[in-house]
Write a protein that binds this ligand. Structure first.
Ligand SMILES: C[S@@+](CC[C@H](N)C(=O)[O-])C[C@H]1O[C@@H](n2cnc3c(N)ncnc32)[C@H](O)[C@@H]1O
Length: 285
């Protein structure tokens, strides 16, 4: 496996996914009862945007760096993301970028808990170190495991809390990644049908995305939406044209809110005539 998230940290897709992740955490935290968070593909947790790997791709310049001077975003979800970013950076440095586990650690409450699974042992050790070194309130509520996130997803459902927020964020380097997701979703939902599951997916050729979404819509019955933000025409399979998130069992009004914050994010990211965003139900409410 070649993928290293350090090459891509803080790119526009990370920003999109991380705004959504924090919005989902906030929605689950509206109830006092604790919930279980599972991050099936965690990465190493903290990235140095001045480091050699990040500089090589320079992807954050079209992502988080575009938001750096944003003072008062219209959407509370974007404001929340910028606050979480600032809170991590206050101890790790302004040139760092938090991955999904550290962002989750910034918002998990004492009643919540989570597991972060990472397949590459070196990355999972780095993640453990990043959590140990952080002062984030929820860091001690997250356990790091080295292993296969899909297996862990099925094994951990249903959690004791019977409330779950799952992030599935694979690298899509293996040809069967979409098929693995299609196989694991119904099984996880059979064990906890109310689980909120967010699956990140790349937007490349629109027809391929639509075909996959149609397959997902035939494989599960829970209300599900696709939130998509693209900065480039969706007509090539080569580059990353946009960022997609499938959200199973989205919280109340997540669709309306996402339509607004995605559009603001598109503007902040400097989206031009070829950019766009949409939120659509693929399995009806
Ligand atoms: C896109 S990155 C994750 C980024 C992270 N979720 C974030 O938002 O900061 C995907 C990660 O999944 C790991 N990975 C690949 N296959 C995996 C598997 N089957 N189970 C768990 N982790 C896996 C890769 O090593 C990589 O670190």
């Amino acid at each position: 496996m070649q993928y290293r998230h350090a090459f891509h940290a803080g790119n526009f897709a990370d920003v999109h996914k991380h705004v959504a992740l924090l919005a989902l955490h906030a929605a689950l935290a509206r109830k006092d009862k604790g919930y279980f968070h599972l991050d099936t593909h965690s990465g190493s947790g903290l990235y140095d945007l001045k480091g050699e790997q990040a500089r090589r791709g320079n992807e954050s310049s079209a992502g988080v760096e575009r938001l750096q001077d944003t003072v008062a975003p219209r959407s509370p979800e974007i404001a929340h993301y910028l606050e979480a970013l600032a809170s991590v950076r206050s101890s790790s440095g302004a040139h760092t970028y938090p991955g999904s586990p550290l962002l989750s650690a910034s918002v998990l409450r004492p009643v919540d808990r989570g597991v972060c699974v990472e397949f590459v042992a070196q990355e999972s050790r780095q993640l453990q170190r990043a959590l140990d070194a952080s002062f984030l309130p929820g860091a001690s509520r997250l356990r790091v495991e080295a292993g296969d996130g899909y297996q862990r997803l099925v094994a951990s459902m249903p959690p004791l809390e019977r409330r779950a927020l799952v992030l599935i964020d694979p690298p899509y380097e293996e040809a069967d990644e979409f098929a693995r997701i299609l196989a694991v979703l119904p099984e996880a939902l059979r064990r906890l049908d109310s689980a909120v599951i967010a699956v990140w997916f790349p937007l490349k050729r629109q027809r391929d995305t639509d075909l996959w979404l149609a397959k997902v819509s035939r494989s599960i019955t829970q209300p599900t939406l696709a939130a998509q933000l693209w900065l480039h025409p969706r007509d090539t399979a080569a580059g990353l044209n946009g960022s997609g998130l499938l959200v199973v069992n989205p919280p109340w009004q997540f669709d309306q809110r996402a339509a607004q914050w995605q559009e603001e994010l598109r503007e902040l990211l400097g989206g031009g005539v070829d950019s766009g965003s949409d939120v659509r139900w693929i399995v009806n409410e």
